[in-house]
Design a protein around this ligand. Structure first.
Ligand code: GRF
Length: 191
């Protein structure tokens, strides 16, 4: 089984995947980032498919098609988003239906979107967590595969709470991916 990981940021989840021996065949980023450096350090092939814009003129579908072409070139079985910062369009969900995963730092469906940790703190929740799910076109939607709770502590700020959540993500995402690689998902995903 060949796993591709999509990244944009610090890459601590990717690093944990590589340390755990997951068969990461390719790491793709949408911008230069530390995650790409970590991947290279693990000897994993990397590709930076840079966006030509972060503005209103960004052609999301064309970008997605470019990304899919790169993934097709290496015959990927499963795609794991791990802190990937670009919302992708329909072409990837058609080409890799039921084979795209995401991890999100909240207990979905609570707090979807980019500011999950900030929003959990702002709402004063006492418990949050993380969710591993199949990714679909709608951001942070899709059938849930695994969730785990994380307590919010009185002195938490965004950084401390996110780090406590990420410590769990680094384990839960790997366990979930491992179980899928042992029993590969079919293209039909039950909802
Ligand atoms: C994780 O919390 C993930 O859920 C979110 O971005 C973070 C990635 O962390 N989408 P890192 O770049 O792997 O350290």
């Amino acid at each position: 089984m060949r796993l591709a990981v999509l990244v944009s940021g610090t890459g601590t989840i990717l690093d944990a995947m590589a340390d755990a021996g997951l068969p990461v065949s390719l790491v793709v980023a949408d911008r230069p980032c530390r995650a790409i450096e970590l991947a290279a350090g693990h000897g994993i092939p990397t590709s930076v498919v840079e966006r030509d814009s972060f503005g209103d003129d960004f052609d999301r579908t064309a970008y997605t098609e470019k990304l899919v072409a790169g993934l097709d070139a290496v015959d990927i079985d499963l795609i794991a988003m791990a802190g990937f910062g670009t919302i992708l369009e329909q072409p990837i969900y058609e080409r890799f239906a039921g084979r795209i995963l995401n991890t999100h730092p909240s207990l979905l469906p609570a707090f979807p979107g980019w500011h999950a940790v900030e929003e959990a703190l702002a709402h004063g929740v006492q418990v949050t967590g993380c969710t591993v799910h199949y990714a679909e076109l709608e951001v942070d939607s899709g059938p849930i595969l695994a969730q785990e709770t994380v307590p919010v502590l009185p002195d938490d700020d965004v950084a401390s709470l996110h780090e406590r959540i990420k410590a769990v993500e680094r384990r839960l995402y790997i366990e979930t991916i491992r179980s899928l690689l042992d029993a590969p998902p079919t293209r039909e995903v039950c909802k």
